[in-house]
Design a protein around this ligand. Structure first.
Ligand code: FEO
Length: 169
């Protein structure tokens, strides 16, 4: 059985993951509008991954006899000044998600909820990967600068992103 404090925090995390999906979908729409199909595809898949993250927590709460309560999802930003700014924002967002996961881990420890603590380890590892991936794209976009040719090459590369197998999402 989940303690109320842990249940509340897990519900907040479900909301944060769904907001992430919404934010990345908004970024996909931005790239779609700029005819950067590869960037849009990459963000589409990222939005799907975030939905899978939310689902993972949703299933866990139910499995532990908790109650999932969905809240409203904040309206995401829809416009950016540059492709680089989109990825800088997404990296900053992932850093916030990491902080939330860390707080959840600390809470699980405080409440001696070792099952939740163990469940969260997947998310701890995932956040390392997420920050690394977004950080790498930010670095590349800084190198691309104003070169249209490099941007198109990057668009091709991001367009080749494959869907993650279900268990790795
Ligand atoms: Fe679910 Fe990108 O953190």
């Amino acid at each position: 059985m989940l303690k109320e404090s842990v249940e509340k925090a897990l519900n907040e995390q479900i909301n944060a993951e769904l907001y992430s999906a919404y934010l990345y979908q908004s970024m996909a729409a931005y790239f779609e509008d700029k005819s950067l199909a590869g960037f849009a595809h990459w963000m589409d898949l990222q939005a799907e991954e975030e939905q899978a993250h939310a689902r993972k927590i949703y299933d866990f709460v139910n499995e532990r006899g908790g109650r999932v309560v969905l809240e409203g999802i904040e309206k995401p930003k829809s416009d950016w000044n540059s492709n680089l700014e989109v990825f800088e924002d997404s990296l900053e967002h992932e850093e916030k998600v990491t902080a939330m996961i860390n707080d959840l881990v600390a809470l699980a420890e405080e409440e001696k909820d070792y099952a939740t603590h163990s469940f969260l380890q997947w998310f701890v590892d995932e956040q390392v990967e997420e920050e690394d991936t977004f950080g790498e794209i930010v670095d590349k976009l800084r190198l691309v600068g104003d070169s249209t040719q490099s941007l198109f090459m990057m668009d091709d590369k991001l367009g080749a992103r494959a869907e993650a197998p279900a268990e790795e999402e």
